[in-house]
Design a protein around this ligand. Structure first.
Ligand code: F3S
Length: 282
């Protein structure tokens, strides 16, 4: 049997950086309590390992307000500006592991809104990375309908459009086109991160060629769910697993080629384990 592992499988640069930051803090500050604001990644295995090493996940702003000492690590999605301000006001040390690509959006939004631009963020309004950095009016647009009804008041305002890093590029282009037709004074900055697009394209490419495809990632990870959807469209025998334990080897008995990819929050250790076991068993 031939096994093909996607080169882009697993941690993206930003997630790797955030995970490394937590382990570095554990090592360098063993006497201090380490917190992460929200789970650092959507992966149970990694979170459990960090918890074993004493890291505590803070789930709400209320909980965050109670912290008086220790180190808080901000995850790769970033946080609204008010969270950083709150930590500063309370004198709590924090390490910002926001992915530089997300940080770039925050910087643009903050600067351009200060320069009088109405900010339009094309993305999912539930996503933490799009919230809380505008210093003036801001609108989140996710659908064509929302783009159509979008109206600047007053009309003379300037508009700056950015995208959530993981937003689909084609959809972004379509929504920008609808907004551009309104002939406002507009600047558009494509802030989409290519890591997601490259992972999805490679997964689709492999899934088209193989008999069975394995997608590894946490069930709650939206980027892994998306990968599974893409691979399923190209290969009917696509399996979504969290760890090797979920893989039913019998399902692979009659296939000759297997492709493997993994979501942005899947550690290398889990990917290697799956890859090696599929190889050994066939
Ligand atoms: Fe950053 Fe892109 Fe990953 S924005 S967190 S490198 S998906």
């Amino acid at each position: 049997m031939q096994v093909e592992l996607a080169k882009s499988a697993g941690f993206c640069f930003g997630v790797q950086r955030a995970v490394d930051t937590v382990y570095k803090q554990i090592e360098e500050n063993s006497a201090e309590k380490i917190y992460t604001y929200g789970p650092i990644i959507h992966n149970e295995e990694v979170i459990k390992d960090m918890e074993k090493k004493g890291v505590e996940v803070i789930l709400s702003e209320e909980e965050l307000k109670q912290i008086e000492s220790g180190i808080v690590i901000i995850r790769s999605h970033g946080v609204p500006k008010r969270i950083c301000d709150l930590l500063d006001e309370n004198g709590v040390r924090y390490v910002d592991a926001t992915c530089p690509f997300v940080k770039k959006i925050h910087r643009i939004v903050e600067e351009k809104s200060r320069d009088g631009y109405h900010i339009v963020i094309i993305g999912n309004r539930e996503h933490p990375e799009v919230m809380g950095w505008a210093q003036g009016p801001a609108t989140i647009i996710q659908t064509e309908e929302e783009a159509r009804v979008f109206e600047l008041v007053p009309e003379s305002e300037k508009v700056c459009v950015v995208a959530q890093t993981t937003f689909n590029y084609n959809k972004f282009k379509d929504l920008v086109e609808i907004i551009s037709e309104k002939r406002y004074d507009i600047i558009v900055l494509n802030t989409i991160c290519n890591a997601t697009k490259e992972r999805q394209e490679e997964a689709y490419d492999i899934a088209k060629r193989v008999d069975a495809m394995i997608v590894i990632g946490d069930k709650r990870s939206s980027n892994t769910q998306k990968l599974f959807e893409i691979c399923s469209n190209a290969c009917a025998d696509t399996y979504y697993i969290q760890t090797l334990g979920d893989l039913n080897m019998n399902q692979l008995r009659s296939v000759e080629t297997v492709g493997i990819t993994a979501g942005a929050s899947t550690p290398n250790k889990i990917i290697e384990e799956v890859q090696n076991n599929v190889r050994i068993n066939f």
